[in-house]
Design a protein around this ligand. Structure first.
Ligand code: HEC
Ligand code: HEC
Ligand code: HEC
Ligand code: HEC
Ligand code: HEC
Ligand code: HEC
Ligand code: HEC
Length: 391
């Protein structure tokens, strides 16, 4: 049996198979953060500095540092400890780079994470989230759940030698390790994670080119609301563990047979690796008093170029300027920016990186839409500062 046969049997084809019949969606989708959230390093334009001194990450241990190198066509992280050093290749990139890119390398069929992550803000190298400053842990396995959120399909390989380091990982799924069939992986979160494996769909429409009704494919807009939300909830409902093998979930399923519910309280805390957009959204009146789904604001096939305008227009599809009883300051139209006051960006506790200069927390949107006096005060203060500065 060919190594990639299991994925084919299940009907996973990868996004290139959609191009011929859905060229516009394919082209715009390719630019999205989902499409680019995991890819081989060879396929991307690598960000970051590879020349001294900006290619160097120092640590709190003065004898330990890491340098990022671009040698011939390959990228490496060079760990230096006293006079000793070792070069580890950067082979796989995780994250679209909107915020950050983390890197991984293969050791046979085992996947491991690099110590150093690229942070887009200020174009710099930092300690990967969860790595302890001053330690070079070049044996941190990439667990199954990491790929389950950042890829479309992969074939895990059974493993009785449970990797020792995995025991400490909060994402360790039952029975899973860090062994994957490298030829089986469909990188990026692409079409078939939200529409289901499309083998049957493509075969049918290739054989019936005059058929204009979609067959053998999941159409999210035809599902009931909870099942639509569950598609996104696979990855946006907090970093919950898998209940069993990955890739048993199919769009249209409930989450609970496949993913362990997050512990109570964590939904409200907004402080997991990714903020729990699903649970936060459900807490607000917009969600409770309408049939809102994620698709009311997010088109999964499109990159948003002007977020403030775009998302304010989404609010205005249900509200109007007059819905807001707040008196705008002089020279400011509420409808230019509904989001800053009602969906502020807040740092999340667990997406934290240690560095010699202190901890770094990226900010994420709070999806609990509400009247937020603190956010309003912050927003007005920043506006005042800006306008005073320009005078
Ligand atoms: C041989 C042509 C063909 C290929 C290849 C193809 N599709 Fe389709 N698809 C169609 C046709 C025809 C329709 C129905 C008309 C329409 O909605 O565009 C359709 C409709 C769909 C719909 C439903 C649209 C709706 O209205 O709800 C989805 C989702 C979809 N395709 C996904 C995919 C994905 C994902 C792939 C790649 C894995 C793919 N298709 C590849 C022909 C194709
Ligand atoms: C298989 C996991 C997975 C599924 C399913 C998924 N997402 Fe995502 N989503 C991600 C990951 C991972 C990222 C981070 C992408 C990156 O690297 O920047 C992301 C990013 C996003 C972003 C930010 C995009 C940007 O440009 O920064 C939005 C919005 C989003 N997802 C909405 C959705 C919606 C809506 C759904 C359901 C229709 C959904 N996601 C389904 C994993 C998933
Ligand atoms: C993150 C999840 C996600 C990904 C990835 C995704 N889609 Fe969709 N797609 C959706 C959702 C949700 C809808 C329904 C939107 C709505 O309700 O308005 C949809 C609708 C569609 C439709 C019908 C409506 C339309 O916009 O024309 C087609 C066709 C389609 N998707 C094809 C694709 C193809 C092809 C890809 C990959 C190139 C893809 N999708 C990737 C979630 C996704
Ligand atoms: C529960 C799903 C989930 C798991 C598990 C997960 N991620 Fe993520 N990751 C996300 C989502 C979603 C985002 C985008 C931030 C957000 O919207 O909450 C993200 C963001 C990122 C980013 C920044 C992307 C950007 O926007 O530039 C990197 C890098 C990353 N993850 C790497 C990893 C690595 C490495 C692992 C495994 C050790 C991992 N993630 C595990 C869902 C997940
Ligand atoms: C799908 C429709 C829909 C969309 C889209 C929507 N809302 Fe709402 N929203 C509602 C409904 C319905 C209510 C409850 C009735 C009311 O207060 O108007 C509500 C209530 C609110 C409230 C009052 C909350 C409270 O606790 O009383 C605020 C603030 C709000 N929305 C802001 C926004 C903002 C900002 C956006 C865009 C980011 C948005 N809404 C998008 C439907 C929507
Ligand atoms: C009422 C509008 C609205 C709805 C509904 C909505 N979002 Fe968002 N979302 C936003 C806005 C606004 C942003 C910030 C976008 C930006 O600034 O680029 C955002 C950003 C995101 C991001 C990027 C990371 C972050 O937090 O900044 C993800 C992931 C995301 N949304 C997922 C979801 C998911 C999953 C759902 C459904 C459970 C959902 N959103 C429903 C308005 C919405
Ligand atoms: C400068 C900050 C700010 C902006 C911008 C803003 N709001 Fe508000 N909004 C508030 C505050 C503060 C309140 C509470 C006002 C009160 O009760 O006196 C509020 C109240 C609301 C309410 C609840 C009204 C009620 O009495 O139930 C809705 C709905 C709302 N805003 C929607 C919007 C929409 C839609 C936009 C964009 C057109 C918007 N807001 C822009 C700060 C803002």
């Amino acid at each position: 049996m060919n190594e990639t046969d299991r994925g084919n049997e299940l009907g996973y084809l990868g996004p290139d198979a959609c191009r011929a019949c859905h060229p516009d969606i394919f082209d715009s989708f390719r630019q999205t953060a989902h499409a680019r959230t995991s890819e081989p390093v060879a396929a991307i334009e690598m960000p970051g500095q590879y020349v001294s001194p900006r290619n160097r990450m120092t640590t709190s241990d003065e004898h330990l540092s890491i340098e990022m190198l671009h040698l011939e066509d390959e990228y490496y992280q060079r760990v230096r400890f006293y006079d000793w050093h070792i070069d580890v290749p950067m082979q796989i990139s995780f994250g679209s780079g909107k915020m950050a890119r983390s890197f991984a390398y293969w050791n046979l069929d085992r996947l491991y994470q690099h110590n150093v992550t690229y942070l887009s803000e200020n174009d710099r190298w930092i300690n990967s989230p969860g790595f302890v400053d001053g330690d070079a842990a070049y044996a941190r396995p990439i667990p199954t759940r990491c790929l389950d959120c950042h890829a479309t399909y992969f074939e895990p390989i059974e493993d009785d030698r449970a990797d020792h380091a995995l025991k400490d990982s909060q994402w360790r799924p039952d029975g899973g390790g860090n062994r994957f069939n490298p030829h089986s992986i469909i990188w990026g979160v692409s079409c078939e994670r939200c529409h289901g494996p499309a083998g049957g769909h493509v075969t049918y429409h290739e054989a019936n080119p005059d058929e204009s009704k979609p067959r053998k494919i999941v159409r999210p807009s035809e599902l009931d609301r909870e099942r639509q939300l569950d598609i996104c909830g696979q990855c946006h409902a907090g970093s919950t563990d898998l209940r069993g093998e990955p890739f048993q979930f199919r769009p249209g399923d409930k989450l609970s047979p496949h993913y362990i519910d997050p512990p109570p309280g964590i939904d409200e805390a907004n402080s997991v690796h990714t903020s729990n957009q699903l649970a936060r959204l459900k807490m607000g009146e917009c969600f409770r008093q309408s049939q809102m789904t994620c698709a009311d604001c997010h088109d999964p096939h499109q990159v948003v170029l002007d977020p403030t305008r775009y998302y304010s227009d989404r609010c205005l599809s249900c509200h109007s300027d007059d819905s807001c009883h707040f008196d705008p300051p002089l020279g400011f139209k509420l409808s230019d920016d509904c989001v800053s006051c009602h969906m502020p960006s807040r740092p999340t506790g667990d997406l934290r990186s240690q560095s010699v200069k202190g901890d770094i927390f990226p900010v994420l949107k709070d999806h609990f839409i509400r009247v937020d006096q603190l956010a309003t005060d912050d927003f007005l203060e920043q506006r005042t500062e800006k306008s005073t500065a320009s005078h």
